[in-house]
Design a protein around this ligand. Structure first.
Ligand code: AP5
Ligand code: MG
Length: 213
């Protein structure tokens, strides 16, 4: 099963990608998480990506595409994967299509998690992410058992650098201009499914599970 998650920043792509991945025993792959891990480790790639991420801009395709193609070529992806945050523009989608075609494969579903911009801004300020394993929490909706500490790995939870309100606004602008056109792109391929991302997290998961059955 090969699935991509579409949706605005903060729509819940990462949250739901992890639920799907667990259910189907396939990896969930977030280009954002890969970049953040590189920033944390001080790699050259991380330093380069940070310049764009801190402004809410897309990291250039030359950097992003190779990382993603290398990642999906790994052994653990042979039964499929959930992509969270890739593709993010039409050229990235075309590269992915071409790579899949070369292997006689194709995407099964593109799931668009729909959340209006007003709700997004509110959500982002409450998000906390684990600096260790990338797990995501929300101070009101999905609190950790112990404040500020990850349930899964015990490391500290932090507010992401790009979750400041002015950066969130830029990310939303970039989303509407560059990423939203992918909705028509996958609709035309007949694999687009839309879920209402304003529902409770469990209800969103149930809606996605019904699609994937
Ligand atoms: P990335 O890490 O992908 O960020 P994003 O798309 O902006 O999305 P987020 O991770 O912010 O949100 P999400 O939809 O995963 O929501 P979440 O589940 O956390 O990318 C970051 C940056 O990296 C980009 O800006 C770009 O610079 C770069 N980048 C990454 N990929 C790239 C690419 N392919 N090309 C170029 N550049 C790239 O949920 C949000 C919050 O809401 C959480 O607190 C969560 O707990 C809570 N929540 C989730 N669901 C619900 C619910 N149903 N109800 C209430 N609260 C909920
Ligand atoms: Mg995410």
């Amino acid at each position: 099963m090969k699935i991509i998650m579409l949706g605005a920043p903060g729509a819940g792509k990462g949250t739901q990608a992890k639920v799907i991945a667990e259910k189907f025993g396939i990896p969930s792959i977030s280009t954002g998480d890969i970049f953040r891990a590189n920033i944390k480790n001080g790699t050259e790639l991380g330093m380069e990506a940070k310049k764009y991420m801190d402004q809410g801009l897309l990291v250039p395709d030359e950097l992003t595409v190779k990382i993603l193609l290398d990642r999906v070529a790994k052994e653990d992806c042979k039964d499929g994967y959930v992509l969270d945050g890739f593709p993010r523009n039409i050229p990235q989608a075309q590269v992915l299509d071409k790579a899949l075609e070369e292997q006689n494969e194709k995407l099964d579903f593109a799931i668009d998690v729909e959340v209006p911009d007003e709700d997004i801004i509110r959500r982002m300020s409450g998000r906390r992410a684990c600096a260790g394993c990338g797990a995501t929490y929300h101070v009101e909706h999905i609190p950790p058992k112990k404040e500020g500490i990850c349930d899964t790995c015990g490391q500290e939870l932090v507010l992401r650098d790009d979750d400041k309100p002015e950066t969130v606004k830029n990310r939303l602008d970039v989303y509407h201009k560059q990423t939203q056109p992918l909705i028509d792109f996958y609709e035309a391929k007949g694999i687009l499914k839309t879920v209402d991302g304003t529902m409770d997290m469990k209800e969103v998961s149930a809606a996605i599970a019904a699609i994937l059955q």
